[in-house]
Design a protein around this ligand. Structure first.
Ligand code: KG4
Ligand code: ZN
Length: 341
């Protein structure tokens, strides 16, 4: 079965064709257009600009894939959560293609998609349920329990800012452009993580909730008292600051994830979302999960960021269970959340 994936929920227009292999998928071809350079000028994603850029590129991207590969068996499209005007572009494209060529469509939740990035490639055969997924992106920080395929229950979430948002906002305080996460991570390589101890809110609480706004405020005061951090010439001070911030965020994420993995007695832990590209998070979480005797899975770096391969992969598992939506009933839902346990 060949699945065409369409993802346009935020600032990436991504179209992909994957082949399903029972327990995993394989990417045949993909076309990705990032809008980061455009939005960086404004310090964040501008919804109207994002939607307009999606409309300019989505059809040529689709054409380049269909011309060489022919029509897919199934279309999988992100219908939420995300920016409504951005979602509409992908959804309308899917509707039209389905109507014109009579191709079945599956509607995919963007967060489910991030989790399913772990099912791209043969390694996915090793994932066993129940599994716990830590999804960390610019808009979300969630712990999701998966009892089996497509059975999702949210067991943890952030009370305020998402981890990626904390990275981005703190990076901005020292003059780093959006998205700040990868820039903080790069600076941190040469820094001392113990140079300053930033707060790790809720790290010892009995629930699986996160909070990053206190850390953000603490960073704001710190930068206010250390104006030199804004000057690129002070490389070591900036590196130390970045390392201390990164460690505060990652220690919190890892501690809570391990706690939840033990509480729910899962067999596997899956990492997902844009922040999953962070080297320290990948290494630390893997070490801790394996120390606990559980299987650890993380997507290849390009599939951590928003991409259509993860959407097509979630779509493949949905199509296996006949979860189709008639094009007539396919609509974007910008606030579609994974249900709470
Ligand atoms: O999943 P994603 O591509 O888009 C959303 O759905 O939000 O995630 C983007 C987020 C941004 O906040 C970005 O700063 C963060 O992922 N990010 C990172 C790294 N790479 C991307 N954060 C920390 N370290 C990284 N290496
Ligand atoms: Zn995302």
């Amino acid at each position: 079965m060949k699945i065409l994936g369409i993802e346009s929920s935020c600032d990436d227009t991504s179209i992909v064709l994957v082949e399903g292999h029972e327990t995993y998928t394989e990417v045949i071809t993909e076309s990705n257009k990032s809008q980061i350079d455009m939005h960086a000028k404004y310090g964040g994603v501008v919804p109207e600009v994002a939607a307009r850029m999606h409309t300019e590129t989505i059809i040529p991207q689709l054409e380049s894939i269909i011309k060489t590969q022919g029509m897919p068996d199934v279309i999988a499209v992100t219908t939420g959560p995300g920016l409504i005007t951005s979602l509409m572009v992908g959804v309308e494209t899917a509707r039209l293609l389905s109507y014109l060529h009579n191709i079945p469509v599956v509607s995919v939740n963007h967060m489910e998609g991030h989790i399913y990035a772990n099912f791209i490639g043969k390694e996915a055969e090793k994932i066993q349920f129940p599994a716990l997924a830590l999804i960390v992106s610019g808009g979300h920080t969630e712990l999701v329990l998966m009892k089996s395929h497509l059975q999702f229950e949210k067991v943890g979430f952030t009370k305020d800012d998402a981890a990626g948002e904390a990275f981005d906002k703190i990076a901005k305080m020292i003059g780093l452009q959006y998205p700040g996460g990868p820039k903080i991570s790069k600076l941190a390589q040469d820094g001392n993580p113990r140079s300053h101890k930033f707060p790790r809110p809720l790290i010892d609480s009995d629930d699986f909730l996160f909070s990053f706004s206190g850390l953000k405020t603490s960073a704001l005061y710190y930068v206010h008292d250390h104006e030199e951090l804004k000057d690129e010439k002070n490389e070591q001070e900036r590196a130390d600051f970045a390392a201390a911030i990164q460690t505060a965020i990652i220690e919190t994420l890892v501690t809570k994830t391990i706690k939840a993995a033990e509480h729910y007695n899962v067999h596997s832990v899956l990492l997902a979302g844009g922040v999953a590209a962070n080297k320290m998070l990948r290494e630390t979480l893997q070490k801790e999960v394996e120390k606990n005797g559980k299987y650890f899975s993380m997507p290849a770096i390009p599939y951590c960021m928003d991409n259509a391969a993860m959407i097509a992969t979630a779509g493949y598992f949905k199509a296996q269970q006949q979860h189709f939506t008639h094009w007539h009933d396919l609509h974007p839902d910008s606030s579609w959340e994974i249900p709470l346990l």
